[in-house]
Unconditional design. Structure first.
Length: 161
């Protein structure tokens, strides 16, 4: 999975991708802020930290994302096999309750989790890029460059306009 991620994930994601550094996103953001201050330009900068990001990943959506990015049936079957059947119980006064199934979440510490999560984030990138292309949202252009509308690093997103 790590070998194909660089070919799938856009440059807006700077975490967990070969030859990229998680600090690239914050560095670019810092440069944008400094440029705005020097040029006395106004900009919208909206930072989102997805709380409990791994816990909120729905498996059905993850499988849809894998299919959309061209992962074949075997890959999807393997990934599905990692998650299901997933059962949990809760300790109440030191005694476990009955087991119940759950249908979302990536396991903290699982070496696949970061890669699967950035594929979810890539689906957000596609949606934001579509909004930019349709004129719904406008990024910030510095020195005539292509506009920067968003940056992702791990489970953080910054929208710039």
């Amino acid at each position: 999975l790590a070998a194909v991620i660089p070919d799938i994930v856009s440059d807006t994601q700077s975490a967990f991708v070969a030859n990229r550094n998680i600090l690239d996103g914050p560095f670019i953001l810092n440069e944008i802020i400094n440029w705005c201050k020097r040029k006395n330009k106004q900009a919208l900068i909206f930072k989102v930290d997805f709380a409990k990001a791994y816990d909120s990943v729905r498996w059905d959506y993850l499988l849809d994302v894998l299919i959309a990015f061209g992962f074949g049936p075997n890959w999807c079957k393997w990934i599905r096999g990692i998650f299901s059947p997933a059962m949990a119980s809760i300790l109440v006064n030191g005694s476990p309750t009955f087991e119940f199934p759950f249908y979302c979440g990536l396991k903290q510490g699982d070496p696949l989790a970061p890669f699967l999560f950035i594929l979810i984030m890539e689906s957000l990138h596609i949606s934001v890029s579509k909004a930019v292309n349709e004129g719904v949202f406008k990024g910030l252009s510095i020195h005539g460059s292509d506009p920067i509308s968003h940056l992702f690093y791990a489970n953080d997103a910054v929208f710039i306009g």
